[in-house]
Design a protein. Structure first.
Length: 239
């Protein structure tokens, strides 16, 4: 992705802003290695020290990670997402606990404020999610499940809550992937009850459904495992 040549004033700040824009816009996706130092120097017409200062600043902000001998990788799409990532780390329990805090209130508000168009979108997202699960297509299921939860939060009509949850997208997706790709953790939890509570404009029911399935996932982490492939007592039934 060619970057615009910078002016000769405030070079570091300009480079930071251009690189941040490439990350925020998704031109450099999370998990992707950014152009090499010589490539950035050529694209931006700046020196090595300017590029290094910009990379260092974005790494400090949590948007980039420098891996010695491997390159520099995008780790988050915004400073807030980077802060959330640092707080959550890679611990599944921590991510699920943060999700619970946001999703329970989001579901409650969704039941109160959702529109008919949003409800139709939720039902469609649920259908696609269920279809992918039934087919065992985990590559499709993971983003579909994360998207379903994002749509629930979108129904809350609370811009700050929505923005906070959107910044958690990477962590939410990673938590979904962990529970379906690990045979110890995979459990099928239906979201039909959540959608029906939102449809019925039942805030308490929606909050309970959202809290219950996340509580079940948290409890599942503590369930003793006998061997991969054997059913766990923590497995959920679909409805």
């Amino acid at each position: 992705m060619p970057l615009a040549t910078t002016r000769r004033t405030g070079l570091v700040d300009q480079v930071i802003e251009q690189m941040r824009a490439a990350i925020t816009a998704g031109e450099w996706p999370v998990g992707q290695r950014i152009p090499t130092e010589p490539e950035l120097m050529d694209q931006l017409s700046v020196g090595r020290n300017t590029v290094r200062e910009a990379v260092r600043a974005l790494a400090h902000a949590g948007l980039l990670e420098v891996r010695q001998g491997d390159g520099t990788f995008v780790t988050a799409r915004s400073e807030l997402a980077g802060a959330v990532r640092r707080l959550c780390g890679s611990e599944l329990r921590e991510v699920l606990e943060v999700r619970r805090a946001l999703e329970v209130e989001g579901a409650r508000l969704a039941a109160e404020k959702r529109t008919d168009a949003q409800l139709r979108a939720l039902r469609s997202a649920l259908h696609e999610r269920e279809k992918a699960y039934d087919a065992g297509d985990w590559g499709a299921f993971v983003p579909l499940d994360a998207e379903f939860h994002r749509l629930v939060l979108d129904c809350s009509a609370n811009p700050l809550l929505i923005q906070l949850y959107h910044e958690l997208t990477d962590a939410v997706t990673a938590s979904v992937a962990s529970t379906v790709h690990d045979p110890w953790q995979r459990t099928d939890i239906s979201h039909v009850g959540l959608v029906e509570a939102i449809a019925a404009r039942d805030p308490d029911g929606a909050a309970r459904e959202a809290g219950d399935f996340l509580d079940e996932l948290l409890a599942y982490l503590d369930t003793p495992r006998s061997s991969p492939g054997q059913p766990s007592q923590g497995s959920a039934n679909r409805s």
